[in-house]
Design a protein around this ligand. Structure first.
Ligand code: ATP
Ligand code: ATP
Ligand code: MG
Ligand code: MG
Ligand code: MG
Length: 264
C-alpha cells in the first residue's frame, strides 16, 4: 500500500541487488526429478522427448525476457545468462530468480502434452532456482565449463550404468559396484568392448547439452506481386551445440554473443 502508514514495512524487504558489472546467471534444476522421471517412465539413461521439452521451455524463456541472452542446459537443469547492463527488476536476485523459474515451470506444464501426448502428467513438477553471480566473462566461462563437464560425467556414467543393467544383465547394485572405480577412459572402454558403443558417436544432445541464444535470421515477411520474397532480419532463439562451450573456438564462432552480453 503506497503512501499508507504501513509503507515503512517495505524497508524490511531483503536487499539483494546484484551489483554491476557482475553477470547475473539464473540456474534452475528440477526438484526430485529422479522420482519425476521414474513416475513418468522416462527412457533411461536419456529420454529425448523430456530433453526436447526442457529445450522448448528455455527457448520460451529467451523469447519472453529479452535481457536473457544466453542459456545452457542438460538433464533437468538450465542456466540463463542476462546481459551485463541488464536493469531487469533493478537486478534484484529474488525477483529475477522467481519470475524466470515460475515462467519456465508453467511452460513445462503447458507444453507437456505436446511432447507426451500419450502420457498423463501425474503430478505438478517444480524447479528450484538460484542466482549465480559471475564477476567476469572468464568466470562465466568457467561456470559453463563446470556445468558442461558435469553433463558429460553424468551422461557417461548413466550410459554405462543402463547398458550394464538393460543389456549386461546386471542388477543396479552390481552395475554401481562395477562403475565405482572405473575412470573416464575405463568407462569408454567398457562401452566399446562390452556393448560395441563408441561413446563419442552417441547423440551430442546427450553428451554436450544444449545452448540456446538469439541470432539474426532472415525471415520472409511477405511476397511481392512478382513473387520475389520480402525479407527482414529478425533476432530468433536457436539451438547450438559444441564440445566445449567455454572454449575460444565456440565464442569466436559466435562473436555477436559477446556483443549481446555486453562489450567484453
Ligand atoms: P534434486 O531435487 O536434488 O535436484 P534430482 O533427483 O532432481 O534431485 P538431479 O541431480 O537434479 O537430482 O538429477 C536429475 C535426475 O532426473 C537424474 O536422476 C536423471 O536421471 C533424471 N532425469 C532428468 N532428465 C532426464 C531425462 N531427460 N531422461 C532421463 N532421466 C532424466
Ligand atoms: P506486476 O508484474 O508489477 O505485479 P501486475 O499487473 O500483476 O504487475 P499487481 O499490482 O500485482 O500488478 O496487480 C494485479 C492485477 O491483476 C490487478 O490489475 C488486478 O486487477 C488483477 N487481478 C488479479 N487477480 C484478480 C482477480 N481475481 N480478479 C480480477 N482481477 C485480478
Ligand atoms: Mg534435479
Ligand atoms: Mg539436475
Ligand atoms: Mg502482480
Amino acid at each position: 500500500m503506497a503512501n499508507s502508514k504501513y509503507e515503512y514495512v517495505k524497508s524490511f524487504e531483503v536487499e539483494d541487488e546484484v551489483m554491476p558489472p557482475n553477470l547475473i546467471v539464473v540456474h534452475i534444476d528440477g526438484r526430485d526429478f529422479r522420482r519425476f522421471s521414474e513416475v513418468h517412465e522416462f527412457e533411461k539413461p536419456n529420454d529425448e522427448k523430456a530433453l526436447n521439452l526442457m529445450n522448448q521451455c528455455a527457448m520460451a524463456v529467451l523469447e519472453e525476457y529479452p535481457d536473457i541472452v544466453f542459456s545452457y542446459g542438460y538433464g533437468d537443469e538450465y542456466s540463463f545468462v542476462l546481459k551485463k547492463t541488464s536493469k531487469f527488476y533493478q537486478r534484484r536476485s529474488s525477483k529475477i530468480s522467481s519470475v524466470v523459474v515460475s515462467f519456465f515451470t508453467s511452460v513445462y506444464v503447458t507444453k507437456w502434452k505436446e511432447f507426451f501426448p500419450l502420457k498423463e502428467l501425474r503430478y505438478p513438477p517444480s524447479f528450484l532456482s538460484q542466482i549465480v553471480c559471475c564477476a567476469s566473462l572468464e568466470i562465466l566461462q568457467a561456470y559453463l565449463a563446470w556445468r558442461q563437464r558435469d553433463c558429460h560425467v553424468q551422461n557417461q556414467y548413466n550410459t554405462c550404468f543402463w547398458e550394464l543393467v538393460k543389456k549386461g544383465g546386471k542388477t543396479e547394485m552390481e552395475a554401481q559396484e562395477i562403475l565405482k572405480y572405473a575412470k573416464e577412459q575405463d568407462r569408454n572402454e567398457l562401452l566399446h568392448q562390452q556393448f560395441g558403443i563408441n561413446y563419442n558417436g552417441t547423440l551430442a544432445l546427450f553428451r554436450q547439452g544444449t545452448c540456446i541464444f538469439k541470432t539474426e535470421v532472415e525471415d520472409i515477411v511477405k511476397y511481392n506481386e512478382d513473387g520475389t520474397p520480402v525479407k527482414r532480419l529478425r533476432r530468433k532463439a536457436g539451438i547450438f551445440r559444441s564440445e566445449n562451450i567455454a572454449g575460444r573456438r565456440f565464442w569466436n564462432a559466435h562473436a555477436s554473443l559477446l556483443k549481446e552480453l555486453g562489450n567484453f
